[in-house]
Design a protein around this ligand. Structure first.
Ligand SMILES: [Zn+2]
Length: 320
């Protein structure tokens, strides 16, 4: 059965299954929720379920196979490409053209627009008519983590299905199914803050070494060496990811002031140190530090000079 591999998201999945069983699949959808919780996968499963020939567990019918391998002529996944961070109008014109044709072989042709909030306003406006009333046998699924990038006119034309962060237990179970050992699956599932996508990134990158480095550079190192820390970090591949690690560290310091329960920490492998460091700072100072890191992440996203942003943050973090 399609959807069998979706973890959590019971409400959204049930609602899609009901539509399919009642034969009421039509129109445009918006799958809305945090990154890495299964929206895109659910979109693909939905496309499979609508077109499946057998509806059996672990189905390998021709249609399911083609959609899984990205080779179905009637299933499209649209997303920002290459270095582009937005979905431009040319892509949307493609959809409009394709939607004017009959499906080649599917019962319904499905367009999944991933990171839909990255469509330019022009692209969104161009899409309105098709969203409002997709041609017969055409389904549009917009996937977004944030509604702020979407035009109200786009929102109002979609049936919204909400997706939620997963529990630590759900993520740990998933990681164990992927053959991640007990220790790592426990740590990664705590640090993933509800996102399987993030947990998977932890597996692919050596995230623990990365975290230790950033904590070393911005938390443990003496003020006199801050410039060196900034230079090291500025040269790194993904500053935003590093700052996220640092954010988790400070979050844990703050949490440790309120509870001695290790299981609520994200960095559970360093629980003893966290509790010890946490006691050296006031709640107010840690709250200020957290805000400071969040602001810096925002600057980096908005392409503010990373050296300046990181240096200012480092100075503030060191301030008593
Ligand atoms: Zn099938």
């Amino acid at each position: 059965m399609p959807f069998e591999n979706i973890i959590g998201q019971t409400t959204a999945v049930r609602s899609l299954e009901n539509m399919i069983s009642q034969g009421h699949v039509r129109g445009s959808f918006l799958f809305l929720g945090p990154d890495g919780v299964g929206k895109r996968t659910t979109g693909i499963e939905f496309a499979k379920a609508i077109n499946c020939e057998k509806m059996k567990e672990g189905c390998r019918c021709a249609s399911c196979k083609k959609i899984d391998s990205g080779n179905h002529p009637d299933a499209f996944i649209i997303e920002p490409e290459g270095s582009s961070i937005s979905i431009r109008i040319e892509k949307i014109r493609d959809i409009i053209y394709q939607a004017s044709l009959k499906p080649y072989e599917a019962r319904k042709r499905v367009f999944i627009i991933n990171d839909a909030e990255d469509m330019t306003d022009e692209a969104q406006n161009a899409l309105l008519k098709v969203l409002e009333e997709p041609p017969e046998n055409h389904i549009l699924i917009l996937i977004a983590s944030n509604i702020s990038g979407l035009l109200p006119t786009v929102l109002s034309r979609c049936k919204v299905l909400k997706f939620y962060s997963l529990t630590q237990g759900q993520i740990q179970e998933f990681l164990q199914q992927e053959d991640i050992d007990e220790k790592d699956s426990s740590l990664f599932s705590h640090m993933a803050m509800g996102s399987i996508g993030r947990a998977m990134e932890f597996i692919d990158n050596d995230i623990i070494a990365r975290r230790d480095e950033v904590v070393n550079n911005f938390f443990l190192r003496k003020s006199a060496l801050l410039r060196e820390s900034v230079l090291k970090e500025e040269g790194s591949r993904d500053t935003e990811e590093s700052l996220y690690m640092l954010l988790c560290w400070y979050r844990d310091l703050l949490v440790s002031k309120f509870t001695k329960e290790d299981s609520v920490l994200l960095n559970i492998d360093r629980a003893i140190e966290i509790s010890s460091y946490g006691s050296r700072f006031t709640k107010e100072k840690l709250e200020k530090d957290l805000l400071n890191i969040i602001t810096t992440i925002d600057y980096i996203r908005r392409n503010v000079n990373p050296k300046i942003a990181l240096f200012n943050m480092a100075v503030e973090l060191k301030r008593g």
